[in-house]
Design a binder for this molecule. Structure first.
Ligand SMILES: Nc1ncnc2c1ncn2[C@@H]1O[C@H](COP(=O)(O)OP(=O)(O)O)[C@@H](O)[C@H]1O
Ligand SMILES: [Mg+2]
Length: 340
């Protein structure tokens, strides 16, 4: 097929983002090349943001068979990614990944959790903190500490350090004041789930969803006393102790009952948020063996060095096979009669 790989080339809007810009472009190039290796005719198309309608209007005239949507922000703002599938639908262009409503819901952690809770899917209880009055009220509540704090509308572990594990109301108040001052955006606090952290990659849509081999975070090399969480440094600073201490590995010694419980919970979360084609659900397994959903990621990172590619490799798939499969799954969704 003829595929246009659409990616965000919007880093002039983000001061000092040179390295990120290079990584985003390198990832888009690797995906475009993988599609060629899988036998497709594919080319890169870059977007800054406000050129969205013009660029997609041009694509409408070029009529590719499929747009591979790699946009994670526009004009340097993550939530603007929601506009991309909306305008792709407007121009009736076929594209990979989730639609605007799923992306918007997943970007709003409190609202996603409401949907999960409404469907009876296990996700830790939470509170939202947007101002000093919220901090005063929630820090005075008799919560069953430890709880955990994160930004309500961010991903990639932005704002997460060991200080986000909260032992009591005083720690909650201190950290909330710091993060509100630093990021000026709403926070969410939720019950901390001790135990294993598992990443589940799902592919497909409707009733035809399959799992790639489960992975977990190996915290074995984490220095004693440091919490077992994937902090910002763990994701992005190769020299930090948290980086070594959070190695993703194939899940070890999990019973088939535990694997089934994890997969069932991940599938329920995928359906609740409305994901399709590819995505990743992150869970923590509490000491009683109950999986709790902590993060649902539509259009997650599919770079050659990221978790989805690792899971595909564990299934014996080459990188072109993974990327080619995502493209085919997306196209089938549009062409299969009666597809969800
Ligand atoms: N409720 C929780 N209990 C324990 N650890 C958590 C919890 N929520 C998040 N974490 C830790 O913080 C990391 C980042 O949180 P996550 O919700 O996945 O946000 P992001 O969207 O930034 O990836 C997780 O990988 C996990 O290690
Ligand atoms: Mg996450």
């Amino acid at each position: 097929m003829r595929i246009a790989c659409l990616f965000n080339n919007d880093f002039e809007f983000v001061p000092g983002a040179g390295a990120d810009a290079a990584a985003v472009r390198a990832s888009a190039e690797a995906i475009c090349q993988a599609l060629r290796d899988a036998g497709h005719d594919s080319e890169l198309v870059s977007l800054q943001g406000r050129d969205l309608v013009a660029v997609l209007g041009k694509l409408e005239r070029d009529k590719p068979d499929l747009v591979f949507n790699l946009c994670e922000s526009l004009c340097g703002v993550a939530v603007n990614e929601v506009a991309v599938p909306a305008v792709l639908d407007l121009f009736e262009l076929r594209y990979t990944g989730s639609d605007a409503s799923a992306l918007a819901l997943a970007l709003n952690k409190p609202r996603s959790k409401d949907v999960l809770l409404g469907r009876g899917i296990a996700t830790p209880p939470y509170r939202v903190l947007t101002n000093v009055a919220d901090i005063e009220r929630v820090s005075a509540e008799p919560l069953d500490y430890p709880w955990f704090m994160k930004l309500a509308n961010e991903d990639a572990s932005v704002g997460i350090t060991e200080a986000n594990v909260l032992a009591d109301g005083a720690a909650l108040a201190t950290r909330a004041q710091q993060l509100l001052a630093e990021f000026n955006s709403p926070l969410i606090v939720e019950r901390y789930v001790p135990g294993r952290e598992v990443n589940v990659t799902l592919l497909g849509s409707g009733k035809h969803v399959r799992f790639l081999p489960l992975h977990e975070i190996d915290f074995g090399a984490m220095p004693a006393g440091r919490p077992h969480i994937v902090s910002y440094a763990a994701k992005w600073d190769e020299k930090h102790v948290d980086y070594e201490g959070t190695k993703p590995v194939p899940i070890k010694g999990a019973s088939s009952a535990l694997v089934a419980a994890i997969e069932e919970t991940a599938r329920a979360a995928w359906n609740a948020i409305g994901l399709r084609d590819y995505g990743r659900v992150d869970l923590r397994i509490d000491p009683a063996g109950v999986p709790w959903v902590i993060d649902v990621n539509p259009n997650c990172d599919i770079s050659p060095d990221a978790g989805v590619a690792r899971a595909a490799a564990a299934a014996g798939w080459s990188y072109p096979k993974l990327i080619g499969t995502i493209a085919e799954l997306a196209l089938q969704r549009y062409t299969a009669k009666g597809a969800a």
